[in-house]
Design a protein around this ligand. Sequence first.
Ligand SMILES: Nc1ncnc2c1ncn2[C@@H]1O[C@H](COP(=O)(O)OP(=O)(O)OP(=O)(O)O)[C@@H](O)[C@H]1O
Ligand SMILES: [Mn+2]
Length: 498
Amino acid sequence: MRVCARRRSRTLRLWLLIVFLSLHLLVVSLVLSIYHTSCELHSYPGIQTSISFSVQNASASTSTMTAAGSDTQEVEMDGTADDLAKLEALYSHPLYNLPTPPLPDVNPILRLSANEDDYDPILWNASAETHPPWLRFHLGISRWQMYQHKDPNLSALTQQMASHRIVSAVQKSGGTQLKLVMSFPNYGQTLFKPMKQERHEETNVNLYYFSDFERHNAEIAAFHLDKILGFRRVPPVVGRLVNVIKEIKDITTDHKLVTTFFTSPVGNACFYGQCSYYCSTEHAICGRPLKIEGSMAAMLPDLSLAPRRSWRSPWRRSYSRSKLAQWETDSNYCDSIKKTPPYDRGTRLVDLIDMSILDFLMSNMDRHHYETFEKFGNDTFLIHFDNGRAFGRHSNDEPSILAPLVQCCRVRRSTLLRLHLLSLQSYRMSDVMRASLSQDPLAVVAPLLTEQHLSALDRRLETVIQTIQDCLQQHQHHSDVIHDDIDFTRHLKNSARI
Ligand SMILES: Nc1ncnc2c1ncn2[C@@H]1O[C@H](COP(=O)(O)OP(=O)(O)OP(=O)(O)O)[C@@H](O)[C@H]1O
Ligand SMILES: [Mn+2]
């Protein structure tokens, strides 16, 4: 009897061991399949080695590419297909499909019940087939992002902004440079920023960031870059050729704007509008002879429906030619910011650092304020709009833009993993940006960003990764630097359930 019982318990123990081992194997294979490209980053001590390895990879491939050149069209075509394949692979990567935290509320963003007595009850949701794309975009804005990953509405929205009949064009008040709000027959609206300089022109080094020209291609490129970084915090932007006479002068109801139209000595249709910077005949916006390039940004819901709050950036520049801001002189600046609401809790600080990484990559020094949707309180994403002063110089990197990261040494884990991914040859940032920008309608006129700007992105990405690596070396615990926004255990449990 006793022998029998002992044999039974041994068999049971053997079974338990087999079950344990197979579960272990299952978990290991799941981890490897989910994070195959960045698996070294899982174990904190490995972070540094894996980053430097990938950076070496990226720079090696840059030199190979430069050496190879692209003389024949065939090579160029292959390059385009390769880039598009990389972009597709990037967006299929699990790091772009991370589950968002559970929503504390399920209401759509729009405040539609202000005067319930006066209005019909509305049953709107983002997926209703009959809604125009702009309304679906508004209804799809969530607490965590402007639009969903692989949002099926995005191409319909950008297509309409790029081609729909313009029925109204009026100047937008606020801001420093000329911009127009354009309306479509289906009540959709866009913010139009006209081309002010050629793509290859670098910003004059003697211009302060606050008097730099706004660039239409920077608005377009910022939308693509923010999407490639996996943030999805810029409202959709698309390029368009606009007829200065038929699509602005003939239809505008803006009397002040009308008085600023003229024909240039070479017969081009021009206008300059009214604003505080560059609205003069010397800085006129001219067609060639009639059409002008511009960026069309999807307008956010009206402030009466979705009020927004504007926040002064703690790392705002002084906007003076002589004064320095506090963050430029105080080495403990971040310590005090970390204790100041709303940066003292939640994700606000790491979100601000995400924004500074985006700005450093595209060299935007003009992030004085940022906005959030009031309805979502403090736990929400930061709206990354007004990117017109980005991509001004490709030959220079501006280290001070990274000050929030350098001074606070904090970064979201998901951001670090995606940056790491984009530094690898198979998802290289310049290649996926080239592919993404090639989908804009204005790419047929000329590439939205020159090759110099694209390679500046790779170079700056190395700097960001190196900065994080330095932070990790300076801190005893990795958790001091890495804000762990990816709950691996929950992820694994979910995968195991499937
Ligand atoms: N897509 C949009 N939808 C709705 N409102 C917008 C959009 N883009 C910008 N705005 C609003 O218009 C204001 C001015 O736009 P923007 O910041 O692009 O112009 P600007 O001339 O660069 O301004 P500034 O000189 O103050 O930086 C913004 O602060 C924002 O409130
Ligand atoms: Mn601006």
